[in-house]
Design a binder for this molecule. Sequence first.
Ligand code: ATP
Ligand code: MG
Length: 416
Amino acid sequence: MWKISEDGRIDRLVVYVTVDGQPVPVGAITVEGKGAVRQSRFAYARSWLDGGFPISPILPLRAKATVSAPYELPLPFYDAAPDGWGRSILTAAFARQVFGMAEFLAAAGDDRTGDLRFGPAPESGPMQWVPHDDPLFALPDASESLQELVEAAEAVDAGEATVTHLRKLFRSSADTGGARPKARLRIDGEEWIAKFRTWGDAFDDPKIETVCLDLADKCGIDVPPHRLVDVAGRSVLLVQRFDREGDSRLGYMSAGTLVQASPSTYQTNVTYADVAAKARRSGIEPCEESIFRRMLFNAFIHNTDDHLRNHGFRRIDGKWTLSPAFDLVPCNRPSHALAPARGVAAIPDPVAMLDTSGAFGLDRGKAVEIYSDLVEGLASLPELLDRHEVSAKDRGTVAGLMPLAFNPPGIKTPAP
Ligand SMILES: Nc1ncnc2c1ncn2[C@@H]1O[C@H](COP(=O)(O)OP(=O)(O)OP(=O)(O)O)[C@@H](O)[C@H]1O
Ligand SMILES: [Mg+2]
């Protein structure tokens, strides 16, 4: 049923969103050209133009098609596609298939991030494409236990995955974003993401990310419900999905898509202040203060891996807002991926960042208030390390990586 070219590539994806519990086709992506990297165009369906809504702030409702060039897909679809980890599952599972973004999008599952869904035709409904109709992968899987998923992910990480491992991950993991091994699972009727340890981690990453999420919460940052679990001796971080509310799917857009940066951008000229300003101009609920607070927090915990896909927005009841924070972990890169504001160095220095408050429309007094609030929250760090039983070795590593979180520098408060 999928429209496949002679060389086995996906030529068309129908895009759906859910309206009143039913998937409704909103338009289609048409892929053109030969070679591994192809380009595409997206056009809204005529039926959707009359009375529908734009599926992204950067895809206005209009009859004219949006071309993807110079990228493979129009940017909003990258936020619905698998990233490093999901793509590695798909390429390992279907070694004969040539994958471009269209194939990744079609072969990822229907539990993907955000509210966009994909299928072969307007009347088919959303479906997961199984390359070559491989019968081993076409079978529905029974739901997997967390331990089975951890073991399957470890096997992939070690380059020892069997078809059984890949089948489990094809069903529960191929549509996830980010590079770290992870899987989706349903617990008591709610959707969660499980983040696992991986080869080369400098410390027990799921445990330290849990500490950082707790710390962010103490610092007044909105974080999703989360918890740390032990699965046969390995730490696993469970984070509740913020792009689901019960059975409804919420729209999701990364900051990278909002500012229309290349999907492969890492270190960039785009700044935190630019993201906040672009959000305001795009009709997203103003979020300068929250972004400023998150930026300071990232500097305190030395989360320099704060790239444009580690910030996002979600659409609830038709209104786009800043999403809860995620992926908060200290990192040994010396510079942030995003500088605070134009002309300012991207160094993790929360005191220097105070001088950029004007670029966020905040006066010095407000900036100092946010700083002081963070300092108060950071005081709970030792207690959180104890609560999560972080090892002495990891405490040492973390203390070396984020000294400012343990000893926040004092600042002068402006005269009243
Ligand atoms: N709680 C959540 N609810 C919904 N989507 C989420 C949630 N947390 C993360 N995501 C989405 O999943 C993607 C990957 O998550 P995350 O950034 O935590 O993973 P990662 O593998 O550590 O990332 P990176 O590649 O940046 O190291 C995010 O970019 C975001 O789109
Ligand atoms: Mg990430």
